[in-house]
Ligand binder design. Sequence first.
Ligand SMILES: [Zn+2]
Length: 337
Amino acid sequence: MEEKVQCPVCQSAAPPCYIVHGSNSQYVRCPVCGKYEWCVEDDRDFLNMNQLPAYLAYHARDPKISSFYTTRAKGEKSYLFSLNDNREEDFFHPLYIDADIITSWYPKSFAEKIDLILLYIFNHTSHLGQSVHFSAEQLYSFLFVDRYEWSSSKYVLRPQNDLQQEGVFMLKCLAERKYIPDYIGLHCDHTQDITLMPSAYARIDEIQKNTSNGRNVLVAMKFGDDTKPLREAIRKGVQDAKYHAIFIDEVQHNDFITPELLKHIRDSKFVVVDLTHQNNGAYFEEGYAMGLGKPVIQLCKKGTQLHFDIAQKNTIMWASEDDIPELLRNRIVATIE
Ligand SMILES: [Zn+2]
């Protein structure tokens, strides 16, 4: 039997990872966090180690999908590409995650956590009434248990007992709301079998119906190095209006119109489109959103000739990217309830 290694994020026993010699990264396939590249020494913005395990668990890629998360700085080429002799499909599509992406996804309230937990269990349940087995590491990740304490300028693992206590607390909260059966305690190996109760399904229906009342907003624009300042300006404007901007290249790896992209548009309360680069994809996404009756906030650099169909639409005309956050925030606050 293969010897297992420990996942550096959630401490699960994971199949052996690839350590790329001469680089600071390793590639991990974790049963809880999915596939990701872990940069050991990293002088970029420090990732929040209490939020990262939940982020990875909730976004874990299907093992069949050939993409992986990486904590490497965006655009920096992964050393995994140099593993020519060991070329696996896996290594081709890095999805960059950084402190901002994780923090803006991380639930801000207790109620949001409970809703996400229900959806997580639901997504791991194949049949109604099924009892699903979760490992201790998986429980801590999806129950948003803090694994670390910030002490003397570094993250230190908290004692196992404290993690258990926090996990048990979250399970008791679910039981109290009748989302899971009366809580009877963890198994002795700290794993847990969970069955969703009818109240949980009722709540899940409610959440799914209201997803478009959520805080996610798809942004359609041209992606590339030349549009990075524009992307960050739009992200800031959306964030300042207390919404969360979704850039499709941060959640999937190709440029095609995919079911995932369409789903993000359907789940968005409104859509932000920048038409400066006359990008066909952006026109398509705007059209799709309008067809669904979603509000669309249009931006464009001053002097760009817009397609006549949408030229009349009230557009935020910006001269410099620096103007965007305030203009966009104000427009969102004024037009979206
Ligand atoms: Zn893990």
